[in-house]
Ligand binder design. Structure first.
Ligand SMILES: [Zn+2]
Length: 353
């Protein structure tokens, strides 16, 4: 994968070595924020009556030491090394050089929620990543459980839940950068699933990787610019799975292409037929030419053209359900085998998780 020529930082699996706690460096008051340890105040987490300043790289968070210490024994240990007194305002400063300020902001939103600060957004994947990194490093059990639960919601192993959750991906243009970015998050999800023993997310995550087609080779770019790739073994699983899915759905597009709304029952005097022909046929022909794209729309409720009259829409959906739903459910059920992770998913099920 020619990674040696890349200028960007590259990440495969993050080992425990990368996320070991460090002893913070410490110093007295830096109210002038100047010199080599200068920092900028964080706008979101700067409590005027906070009793210490946590400087992560060059961002200062003014916080309450007792509240932060109470979160885990590691944080308690780190903060207990801080000198007991400070400068003119008595404010101690603790430096952490290796974490990202962005990650800490996500963590602080979770630990010290303000207003609706913890509500989930449409793209909370960077938040999930940050919570995994820091909760593992500082042994924050509750935060880790929250991150696991958020990842399981995103890559559900329940067919109906997945269809609903995944519908936003199908609304994106199939070749948009936005869709590629969302799908490639699964590369990181697979690493977390392995690192933290959450195999139930693997089938859906591998499915999203397969939907990337050739773009799987470009990896996932984190907010800090580092790019993460599927390790070779998982890349092999993904490519093998792509081929299986394409083969299993070879008849999908041709069968849809043969369908045509009925003239007789159309409330628009047959206008739906023209619409179908123009829009659906064009989309499907394009999908058919692109091979893997058709397998990516496997679990999409299709066709759901809003322009069709209610009669034609209902008939098309009924036809689609009777023609494909059984097959879609079977493909879904087989995903662990398709991507070679059935042994992991099964073992976890037996363990009751
Ligand atoms: Zn109609």
């Amino acid at each position: 994968m020619g990674t040696g020529t890349r200028a960007k930082r590259v990440r495969f699996y993050e080992s425990d070595e990368d996320i070991k706690p460090e002893l913070p460096s410490q110093s007295r008051d830096h109210s002038d924020h100047s010199g080599p340890e200068a920092y900028e105040r964080d706008e979101e987490f700067w409590f005027a009556d906070g009793n210490f300043i946590l400087v992560v790289r060059t961002t200062g968070f003014r916080l309450y030491m007792g509240l932060l210490s109470a979160q885990s024994s590691i944080l308690r240990h780190l903060l207990s090394h801080v000198a007991p007194d400070g400068g003119s305002e008595g404010t101690q400063v603790v430096h952490i050089a290796t974490d990202s300020p962005r990650d800490w902001r996500y963590l602080l939103r979770r630990l010290f929620p303000k207003g609706n600060g913890t509500s989930r957004s449409s793209n909370d994947f960077p938040m999930i990543c940050a919570l995994f990194r820091l909760s593992h490093k500082y042994q924050l059990t509750d935060v880790m459980e929250y991150a696991k639960s958020a990842l399981k919601d995103t890559y559900s192993n329940d067919y109906d839940t997945w269809r609903i959750h995944d519908s936003h991906v199908h609304r994106m243009d199939s070749h948009s950068a936005q869709r590629t970015a969302v799908l490639s998050q699964a590369i990181v999800a697979i690493r977390f699933a392995r690192l933290f023993n959450i195999p139930s997310v693997l089938p859906a995550a591998f499915y999203h990787c397969a939907c990337l087609g050739g773009a799987i080779a470009r990896g996932y770019t984190h907010e800090d610019g580092a790019t993460e790739y599927l390790p070779p073994d998982d890349l092999e699983r993904c490519i093998n799975g792509m081929q299986t899915l394409v083969a299993a759905t070879a008849d999908y597009v041709p069968r849809l292409l043969k369908y045509m709304p009925a003239h007789k029952t159309c409330k628009k005097g047959g206008a739906c037929r023209r619409l179908w022909k123009l829009e659906v046929t064009e989309k499907l022909t394009k999908a058919g030419r692109q091979g893997s794209t058709s397998s990516c729309d496997l679990f999409e409720r299709f066709p759901a053209l809003n322009g069709l009259c209610s009669n034609c829409k209902k008939k098309a959906e009924d036809w689609e359900a009777s023609s494909f739903e059984g097959k879609q459910k079977k493909l879904w059920k087989d995903l662990p085998v398709t991507f070679g992770v059935a042994h992991l998913v099964k073992r976890r099920r037996v363990e009751g998780n």
